[in-house]
Design a protein around this ligand. Sequence first.
Ligand SMILES: [Cu+2]
Length: 311
Amino acid sequence: MYSGASNFVTTTDTAFAVIIGISMVFLIGITATMLWFVYRYNRKRNPIATQIHGSNTLEVIWTVIPTILVLVMFFYGWKGYAPMRNAPDDAMKIRATARMWSWLFEYENGIKTDTLYVPVNKAVALDLISVDVIHSLYIPAFRVKEDMVPGKTNKMWFVGQKEGAYELFCTEYCGLSHSYMFTEVVVMSENEFATWYAEKSDTTGRAAAAAVPGTLGKELVKQNGCVACHSLDGSKLIGPSFKGLYGSQHKVMTGNQEREITVDDEYIVRAIYEPDADVAAGYIKGQMISYRKELTEQDVNEIIEFLKTLK
Ligand SMILES: [Cu+2]
């Protein structure tokens, strides 16, 4: 399956086959020997137990052979693993940020997406960042998986060798909506990628999208995984629904004080940048981390425009 999807498929699959192969030989060998011993040395056939004294030959055999086998497994494992540690210098750099519960991929020209787009046959190096809890980035088809630990930048790299879309998801249970952290890595031809890369970074695209109020805001809400916690249809999730939110009256907890507020621009800006300043009554504090790094003030304004459309 997925043979050649990335540069690590062959070595990883070989290591897997070697380890499974050796394990199968032992599983079958040990089970057969056990059954044979049950038959050959049962009490009816062997009424008096035979005393067995040490045998140097036997001991040497059962020490040396397993040592060799373990080293064989280690050899194939290391051969597959060692290259994963060092990305080539000319690799394309992408910053991958995980949070509860979304992915964000940032390219050197400023493009931000929730799907990972890469050119075919080009080394791609990811800086893996988590802003809250431990996540783990996993692309099964590429045979790569690496934890994302808050306060630490882990690395991953690969070469996508076949055009197509492959599953990419979080494989470290990270809370209620963990399953939202499911996206794709899209391997594109060099030309396709170059076009996408140039187009996306073009700010005129942004301006065009902004012409229809709320369009860009909707995109940002989707891109930043807001909908994992805030529904658009009125249902209650981790946080209040976005539906009908703008302009409504709400009870919030400010510190230990309950007060009534109107959801206006000022309130939304504060809710995004300092989520714990006013926590909507009935919801738990500390569930959301500030989006100050991800969303500029202009982005927040776009989101406000989008919220206004959700009457
Ligand atoms: Cu996660």
